[in-house]
Design a protein around this ligand. Structure first.
Ligand code: ADP
Length: 222
């Protein structure tokens, strides 16, 4: 039956796969590319559930063991180890479902900051059905560092305040995260030109997300 549907609706086949329940899109981009701004905008749209792994870690109790561990990694610009990250994520999303903040039946999950590398992409596989991967691209590195410096002042983020750490995070992105572009099937990849005003970037993102929402979910309740 599934095969018949695939033949009839080839463009819909990804949504109809059996298996992982969290139907998702992934936002990928280097630090400072404007992913946070877009995430915030997307989080206001009914039928989308925006999950930023950075926010997930920052919400941890600073006094807890995990909170302290995160702090140690983040201040040096390092990633939290993959197994801990995925376990934390899994628990976090289950809580969001239990609290009725995220309904996998009606909401498209927007993953922001996770997966961060190929290992995480593989570890997430049993939980998510990735419908599209949006790569936010800005060729001008210095534009991004300028944004990071602005963010450090505005949001008092320690990991942004240190220029060396910020540059190190950018190198890590290039080394570990950017290869995701070749890891996922090419038909899932969409390039978003992030060297634009936020409304324009949002417009490009919505051009990908809205058709998915219409195709894969019943209309959200307003
Ligand atoms: P940025 O995108 O600016 O690097 P984030 O807010 O996404 O910052 O993440 C802040 C910090 O949280 C990272 O430096 C890292 O320590 C931790 N972190 C966030 N997401 C992940 C992840 N998927 N894997 C490991 N560590 C992560």
């Amino acid at each position: 039956m599934t095969t018949d549907k695939k033949l009839l609706f080839p463009d819909k086949s990804i949504c109809m796969e059996d298996g992982p329940s969290y139907r998702s899109v992934v936002l990928v981009g280097p630090p400072g590319v404007g992913k946070g701004t877009q995430g915030k905008l997307l989080s206001h749209i009914p039928g989308l559930f925006h999950l930023s792994s950075g926010d997930m870690f920052r919400e941890l109790d600073e006094e807890s063991e995990l909170g302290q561990l995160f702090h140690q990694y983040a201040t040096h610009g390092e990633f939290v180890p993959d197994d801990i990250t995925i376990k934390t994520w899994e628990k976090y999303i289950r809580t969001k479902v239990e609290l009725n903040k995220y309904n996998p039946e009606t909401d498209l999950l927007v993953l922001d900051g996770i997966p961060r590398n190929i290992t995480q992409a593989d570890l997430l596989c049993p939980y998510v059905n990735i419908l599209k991967v949006l790569f936010l691209v800005c060729e001008d590195r210095e534009v991004m560092f300028k944004r990071i410096r602005g963010r450090a002042l505005k949001e008092k983020r320690q990991d942004d305040a240190d220029e060396l750490v910020a540059r190190y995070r950018w190198d890590l992105y290039k080394r570990d995260t950017e290869p995701l572009i070749d890891h996922y099937p090419q038909e899932l990849i969409r390039i978003i030109d992030a060297d634009n005003i936020p409304a324009d970037v949002l417009h490009q993102i919505l051009a990908v997300i809205v058709p998915l929402q219409k195709r894969c979910f019943s209309p959200p309740n307003f």
